[in-house]
Design a protein around this ligand. Structure first.
Ligand SMILES: [Ca+2]
Length: 153
């Protein structure tokens, strides 16, 4: 059986008892082998990887300052009045997220302080301005985001 976790994460495993959540050395996660004995799951028995994601299309509302992600591939349409995005919520730790922009309406704020859900872009206090066909790839460390790369296409 498989289990889909949060955005961009798919953990494949065989049989799981109890809470079906895998945590290192969590003795509540057990599986029963063919001889009837209980085995404790170990992280080595789990393969976690980014799955092919359906694109998430986000159309920002006027004056919106946050993007809430549910996929690791996010197509962002800005509001005609412009959006300055200070936070991105919903990130899964360790998963790269690709943002594809379709207009020049979105500014991502470069926050170097690593406060919750903020984005630290290349450089210091150097914001990102979108344009049609540009991409921005970020990774979430459990608290905030870091730029991996960008491309002007
Ligand atoms: Ca920075």
């Amino acid at each position: 059986m498989g289990k889909f976790g949060s955005a961009g994460v798919y953990s494949e495993l065989t049989s799981v008892a109890d809470d079906d959540e895998l945590v290192a050395n969590d003795v509540s996660d057990t599986t029963t082998s063919a001889d009837g004995t209980t085995k404790y799951l170990q992280l080595s028995t789990v393969r976690t990887y980014a799955r092919a994601n359906a694109a998430q299309s986000v159309t920002l509302a006027a004056a919106a300052t946050t993007i809430a992600v549910t996929s690791a591939f996010v197509i962002v349409t800005g509001d005609g009045g412009g959006n300055t995005i200070g936070t991105i919520t919903g990130g899964v730790t360790g998963i790269p997220y690709v943002f594809l922009f379709v207009d020049g309406n979105v500014t991502i704020t470069d926050t170097d302080a690593h406060s919750a859900n903020t984005v630290d872009l290349a450089g210091t206090a150097t914001n990102f301005t979108s344009a049609d066909d540009t991409t921005l790839t970020l990774i979430y460390d459990g608290t905030s985001w870091y730029e991996l790369s960008r491309s002007v296409n």
